[in-house]
Design a protein around this ligand. Structure first.
Ligand code: K1U
Ligand code: ZN
Length: 171
């Protein structure tokens, strides 16, 4: 088990656009495992490779209560969107900040699994929110980018305050 360092704002590497994965190698499988360990330890319900400074299209997720339903999405692409939902989001790269974000209620996502098989999933609710949030990371977008200029400014101010109160030995 390896825990990876999670980049936090204002780190510019979070703006990097991730490249598609051509083949599922042992290195990709190990990275997916390490990302799941890192996500569970954080704790969080999702993690994109961008957040651990790996700029490839790999996302992990587990929205189950029991934390026993890990999901891995390689080269995820949303092919259909329906309706709207507003959900409060957080982000391991924006610690201590939560805000309501409007996203599609139902999505269809195509992706490759760890066996290199092409998959398609239609889902809604929290899983749809989380998939959209993580795919945004692969495009260099964080959830604050969906807020109004004023709300984003307030969130960034709060983030600076939260960072100030982190004990020195945690930096
Ligand atoms: O991408 C990330 O930084 C992970 C993020 C995912 C996410 C959360 C909420 C809405 C959309 C996407 C998180 O996991 S933040 C932490 C969190 O939500 C959580 C932590 C512990 C228990 C339950 C939830
Ligand atoms: Zn995030």
């Amino acid at each position: 088990m390896a825990l990876l360092n999670i980049l936090t704002l204002p780190d510019k590497r979070l703006k990097t656009v991730a490249k598609p994965i051509e083949q599922v190698t042992d290195d990709i499988k190990k990275l997916a495992d390490d990302m799941l360990d890192t996500m569970y330890a954080a704790p969080g319900i999702g993690l994109a490779a961008t957040q651990v400074d790996k700029h490839i299209q790999l996302v992990v997720m587990d929205i189950s209560e029991e934390k026993n339903q890990p999901r891995v999405f390689i080269n995820p692409k949303i092919t259909a969107r329906n309706g709207e939902q507003v959900h409060e989001e957080g982000c391991l790269s924006v610690p201590g900040i939560y805000a309501d974000v409007t996203r599609a209620e139902e999505i269809t996502v195509q992706f490759m699994d760890l066996n290199g098989q092409q998959q398609e999933l239609t889902t809604d609710g929290l899983l749809a929110v989380c998939i959209q949030h993580e795919i945004d990371h692969l495009k260099g977008i964080v959830f604050l980018d969906h807020l109004s200029v004023l709300k984003r400014k307030m969130a960034l101010k709060k983030l600076a305050k939260v960072a100030e109160t982190v004990p020195l030995d945690a930096n």
